[in-house]
Design a protein around this ligand. Structure first.
Ligand code: NAI
Length: 342
């Protein structure tokens, strides 16, 4: 079964890691028909008149699935985040970031296996900021019952589908009593009414962070609003080897965009230094999603083969520089392909 998937190379290290990943998927026999579109600075450089062209958004709506490289967002001024805009336009309300220890990647922590579920459409990422008067700015945190309820429902359903046992909601409802208060009340209701079999707990986010770094093994699924989820996913990435090994997916109704947690890594872009593994793991999530949603056993086989191949490479010490190895982006992709062919 062939699948049309929108491919967005993005900016910075994006083209390098997407090239590596598409080569590996092809070598694994994944039957993907890539439909390439641009977003980010790359879109402007390619002659588009916007960093997020309508043609890119419409292609994702048409095909339902995309694999996306990172896109640049200027700091402090300039255009607003393409990533945030894309998630809002496509209503990709649920972000999932699995954080797992990898054999062959030594870190301070062992056997980490948790999932961060992040609300993707509102909170402080509403981007509504106002100059009240000279030197006084407000930034609006938006919480709606619809979105809070929806992400709680999504998190519990995801937990059940993955055989997870516990959800911990991180919040700051002691200070943001109304917005974070609504967030946890919705999670409590969804738990009590629909998922009493899943253990549910809440932690004030500052104390939760302290417990996370003391022992990530206490956590199973962490449910967060938008900003907390963004920060917590990068924090958790540090448990397992960093941003080079942390995949992600954004889900909406009938559509999904798979992308690594990392950004464009301008410090290493164009130098063949980027680790393509985070995007490769995101692509494996994508194949599993295609297998489940379209009942395609060959997509599942390709996903399993790729996971076995990159695990074997890591165990054999075939790693990129960020993990203490010696391989460049292309050489690591070659190593995974060689492993697939053994
Ligand atoms: P970043 O994730 O690009 O880089 C942080 C650090 O991690 C850098 O030292 C970088 O070299 C390293 N790193 C990241 N990915 C790596 C990989 N695959 N292999 C090896 N090392 C890797 O975060 P930063 O510097 O804060 O953001 C750079 C740009 O990316 C900004 O414009 C930001 O807005 C954008 N960004 C885009 C995202 C997206 O498109 N989803 C997500 C996060 C940031």
């Amino acid at each position: 079964m062939s699948h049309s998937v929108v491919l967005i190379p993005g900016d910075g290290i994006g083209p390098e890691v997407t090239e590596a990943v598409t080569r590996i998927l092809s070598a694994a026999g994944a039957d993907i028909d890539w439909v390439q579109h641009q977003a980010g600075v790359a879109a402007l450089e390619g002659g588009e008149d916007s960093v997020l062209p309508d043609s890119t958004v419409n292609a994702i709506i048409e095909h339902g699935v995309a694999l996306k490289g990172p896109c640049t967002t200027p700091i402090g001024d300039g255009f607003s985040s393409i990533n945030v805009a894309l998630r809002k336009k496509l209503n990709l309300y649920g972000a999932v970031r699995p954080i797992r220890s990898l054999e062959g990647v030594a870190t301070r922590y062992e056997n980490v296996d948790l999932i961060v579920v992040r609300e993707n459409t509102e909170g402080l990422y509403s981007g509504i900021e106002n100059v009240i008067t000279e030197g006084v700015i407000t930034s609006l945190k938006v919480a709606t019952q619809v979105a809070c309820q929806r992400i709680a429902q999504f998190a519990f359903e995801y937990a059940v589908s993955r055989g997870r046992k516990k959800i911990t909601a991180f919040h700051k409802a002691n200070i943001m009593k109304l917005s974070d208060g609504l967030f946890i009340r919705c999670a409590q209701t969804v738990h009590e009414e629909d998922f009493p079999q899943i253990e549910y707990e809440e932690q004030i986010i500052d104390a939760g962070c302290m417990r996370l770094v003391q022992d990530p093994g206490q956590f199973d699924v962490i449910l967060c609003e938008n900003l907390y989820g963004d920060v917590i996913s990068d924090l958790c990435a540090g448990f397992v080897g960093g941003l080079g090994v942390t995949p992600g997916a954004n889900f909406g109704e009938g559509r999904a965009v798979f992308e690594a947690v990392h950004g464009t890594a301008p410090d290493i872009a164009g130098k063949d230094l980027a680790n393509p593994l985070a995007l490769l793991m995101s692509a494996v999530m994508m194949l599993n999603y295609l297998a489940a949603s379209r009942n395609d056993a060959t997509a599942k086989q390709a996903a399993d083969r790729i996971r076995d191949a990159y695990n074997a490479c890591l165990l054999a010490g075939e790693k990129t520089h960020d993990l203490g190895g010696k391989l460049g982006t292309r050489a690591f992709a070659d190593a995974v392909i060689a492993e697939l062919n053994t």
